[in-house]
Design a protein around this ligand. Structure first.
Ligand SMILES: [Mg+2]
Length: 238
């Protein structure tokens, strides 16, 4: 009778660690942002108009960039985006309390990107996973927890908690310390942001997978090792 034995399975896994970006890779940040803005405005009885989210999104992105480049402080980031937003939409509001309400509503959102949990379930038993996010701790920690992500990610790095953001190499150095300095060629980062995730990862010497669902053009001159438009496509190489 043929006996099946539990022989050594040759495992040609190219990576040991996968670093996942959170916003717009695992968590649907755009939907969260829209929802938080709508709720915070409703508290001021300001009806939500269609162009508001787009306007805020653009202003917030510019403010984050200025913050990541060290041009404005964390406190300035918190307020300036709302000052600019209310000016643009021709409304007035007390920005400090609005910021508090907005951040509260944002922290309570847990929308996920399609296929995220299915992929994490599939990958978690086979790879070491870490979540690496640029964001404010009081927003990211509750969202990560509410979305049920803690069980997949023993290591979670939030830029606000360490004082460095992607793509700064200090962010990746801190992450590598937390995960025990694996060989860089055994680490892959998956993220939607060409600058923060892909350029940051590539310059640190790890492999990169650009999650690009909208089929944006690559205007940065950085070449990701992989590019996918759906998270399900991770199955083709992981
Ligand atoms: Mg992102």
């Amino acid at each position: 009778m043929h006996q099946y034995t539990n022989t050594h399975i040759h495992n040609h896994k190219p990576y040991h660690w996968i670093l996942f970006d959170a916003d717009n890779t695992i968590l649907d940040f755009d939907r969260s942002e829209r929802e938080a803005l709508r709720k915070a405005l409703a508290e001021l009885s300001i009806p939500f108009e269609n162009n508001y989210h787009q306007a805020y999104h653009r202003i917030n992105k510019d403010c984050w960039l200025a913050f990541e480049e060290g041009k404005i402080s964390r406190a300035e980031l918190r307020l300036r985006r709302f000052e600019l937003f209310f000016k643009e939409i021709g409304q007035s509001a007390e920005c400090e309390s609005f910021a508090t309400r907005y951040l509260f509503h944002l922290s309570q959102t847990d929308f996920l990107v399609d296929g995220a949990i299915a992929q994490l379930r599939r990958l978690a038993p086979r790879y070491q996973l870490a979540l690496v996010t640029n964001g404010l701790k009081e927003v990211q920690r509750p969202r990560i927890s509410k979305a049920g992500l803690n069980e997949f990610f023993p290591t979670i790095i939030v830029s606000d908690e360490i004082g460095h953001s992607k793509p700064n190499p200090s962010f990746f150095e801190y992450t590598f310390e937390q995960i025990g300095h694996p060989p860089r060629e055994k680490v892959l980062i998956v993220g939607d942001n060409l600058n923060a995730d892909i350029r940051g990862g590539a310059e640190f010497g790890i492999h990169t997978c650009w999650y690009n669902p909208a089929g944006q053009e690559n205007g940065l001159g950085v070449s990701p090792n992989y590019e996918i438009n759906q998270l399900q496509k991770l199955s083709s190489f992981l």
